[in-house]
Write a protein that binds this ligand. Sequence first.
Ligand code: URA
Length: 244
Amino acid sequence: MKLAQLLFSQGFGTRRECEGLVLGGHVALGGQVCDDLFHEVETHGLAFSVRGVAWPFHACALIVMNKPAGHECSQKPRHHASVYSLLPAPLRRRDVQTIGRLDEDTTGLLLLTDDGALIHKLTSPRHHVPKVYEAGCKHPVSQAQLDALQAGVQLADETGFVRAAAVEATGERSDGFYGLRITLTEGKYHQVKRMVAAAGNRVEALHRSHFGALALPADLLPGQWRWLDGPHLILPAAPAHAPR
Ligand code: URA
């Protein structure tokens, strides 16, 4: 890929802006400034820098964020800051989108990508990708509530029963709420809060800890994000059947 084209593909501006960055000597490859617009770059494993800031090449952007409370998963937030405001300009220009949404007050594991097919794969209920939430409930979580969540509850505007894939009461928490770990394979609007309300309790705090096989990295602080090497970290390949 030609150098100016590479910058364009990574979100560094319009074609003209990218050409300006190269011609202005602002782009370095392997630590050496390269001001040749047409320099052929091998993208595999490439790390380049723009204005001294290192940037890894990614054909598709896939990132994990620790979503802080008080942020909306919307490009046009209405009441709070947008999660997109936590990303650097090249990622915003690449038009990364959240893979599903978390409520403004929900914290934890949020994925973003510019790969539309991956968004579909990870959000389609047909693929049953499990998402694990740690809910802080107002009242102690009873066995009857756990049974109802697992058997299925009725939600307004939904036909049939909506079930949790797994539930577990995790006891009283340090914030005074009662812990409920709940695993869902769908992503309906306010699903955890509505299901817990339908079971007779109330969610006061909500955090997503896992998406598919991926756990929120323990060292990723609220508001921080990092690159992921690929969707295999979220959807590991199914094990091959052993030969008979
Ligand atoms: N369920 C909810 O109720 N809210 C979220 O943010 C995610 C799942």
